[in-house]
Design a protein around this ligand. Structure first.
Ligand SMILES: *Cc1c(COP(=O)(O)O)cnc(C)c1O
Length: 371
């Protein structure tokens, strides 16, 4: 194959419904002239998502970052928040934007989620909450985290951006902690181009979560809270409704891709699958850890070699949030205190993972890695 004929393979590809079907529905938006402000598609999406995620309380937002800010504000948090450094920047930025201080906690070497056994040492009189991430859709140890929160009277926000549709023993993942925040960004398994949701159990948070989304407006003459514009528009909501219809077939395709990776890379010395059972996650990512000593090549060498072949894997999550310039001065950001997170972020690589990959693509990616 000549250079320009090599097929480019990206880490993911946003799920999209059939274009003509989408246009039929789009016409209804045109006819109604209801473009936003919690219209009919918005209402219908919220109802569908409640069923899908097996939760009683859910609101949608224009993206997960705004939803994280709203979650923090709704819980009225002040002081320090214990958080994993092994996450996307938005998790920690949201804490900072609300005037709170992030306190970084190391992660579990198996799940790569926050390590509950390291949390208690970080608690001070100023600690108000734990912000944990179900990274790659792998559930955090929700029982242990809840026990710590109960003991020390802390709130829990789960960043469930990767965890759409994940369940623990049949219970939707959005039922754990005080609030969970989902992302529907184009790169996520379920997408509305941009979008997000908060799930809640405590009914006393219902009004706040609603008002904060729409400038705190209760009625024309009553503005109750300093809210923000967190509204999802009708186009996004429609895309979400149509994408929900095709989610199951995408999940099946990704299951096959996972099995193919398993057959090609599952027994290679020095390559560890972070996800040992894809069906217990969200089918969002395919992360591996590359042990340089055992495998003979570093994560960065593999990453660059794939890129030479126009295969674009991603180093999620490198660098660690604790190593960003804006946070590295914090005492808890000291790399010596975060050995597992440091090691994981050096070894992690997310390989291309989406339903449009062919078995030849997976074989080609795997061959490049193993040769
Ligand atoms: C994608 C993502 C977000 C942010 O989501 P947006 O909807 O893009 O704002 C937050 N946290 C994690 C872990 C993410 O992966």
């Amino acid at each position: 194959m000549t250079e320009d004929k090599v097929k480019e393979i990206l880490i993911t590809r946003p799920l999209l419904p059939d274009f003509d079907e989408f246009c039929t529905e789009l016409k209804k938006i045109w006819d109604s002239r209801i473009l936003t402000n919690q219209g009919p598609n918005h209402a219908s999406l919220e109802q569908n998502l409640k069923n899908h995620l097996k939760v009683d309380g859910l609101y949608v937002y224009n993206n997960a970052t705004i939803a994280l800010l709203i979650a923090i504000k709704a819980l009225d948090l002040k002081g320090e928040v214990i958080v994993t450094p092994f996450t996307f920047s938005a998790t920690v930025h949201a804490i900072e934007w609300c005037g709170l201080t992030p306190v970084f906690c190391d992660i579990d070497p198996e799940t790569l989620c926050i390590d509950p056994s390291k949390i208690e040492n970080l608690i001070t009189p100023n600690t108000c909450a734990i912000m944990a991430v179900h990274v790659y859709g792998i559930p955090c140890d929700v029982k242990k985290i809840q026990a710590i929160a109960d003991k020390h009277n802390l709130k829990i926000i789960y960043d469930a951006a990767h965890a759409f549709g994940v369940e623990i023993d049949g219970v939707g993942i959005g039922n754990f902690g005080d609030l969970s925040v989902f992302s529907f960004h184009a790169t996520k398994f379920f997408n509305t181009a941009e979008g997000g949701a908060i799930t809640y159990k405590d009914k006393s948070l219902k009004d706040k979560l609603y008002l904060l989304r729409n400038f705190g407006i209760k009625s024309e003459e009553e503005i109750l809270l300093s809210g923000i514009n967190g509204k999802m528009n009708e186009f996004q909501a429609l895309l979400g409704l149509k994408n929900l219809e095709i989610l199951e077939s995408e999940r099946e395709k990704r299951k096959n891709i996972y099995d193919l990776y398993q057959s090609f890379l599952g027994k290679i010395e020095g390559i560890k699958f972070v996800i040992s059972d894809i069906s217990s996650t969200s089918y969002q990512y395919f992360p591996i850890l590359i042990d340089k000593v055992k495998f003979g090549k570093s994560r960065d060498e593999v990453f660059l070699k794939l890129r030479e072949h126009k295969i674009f894997a991603r180093k999620y999550f490198y660098p660690l949030c604790s190593d960003y310039e804006c946070y590295s001065e914090l005492a808890s950001a000291n790399p010596d205190l975060l050995p597992i997170a440091q090691k994981s972020s050096q070894e992690i690589l997310c390989l291309p993972f989406h339903g449009n990959l062919t078995s030849d693509d997976v074989r080609r990616i795997s061959n490049i890695i193993t040769s």
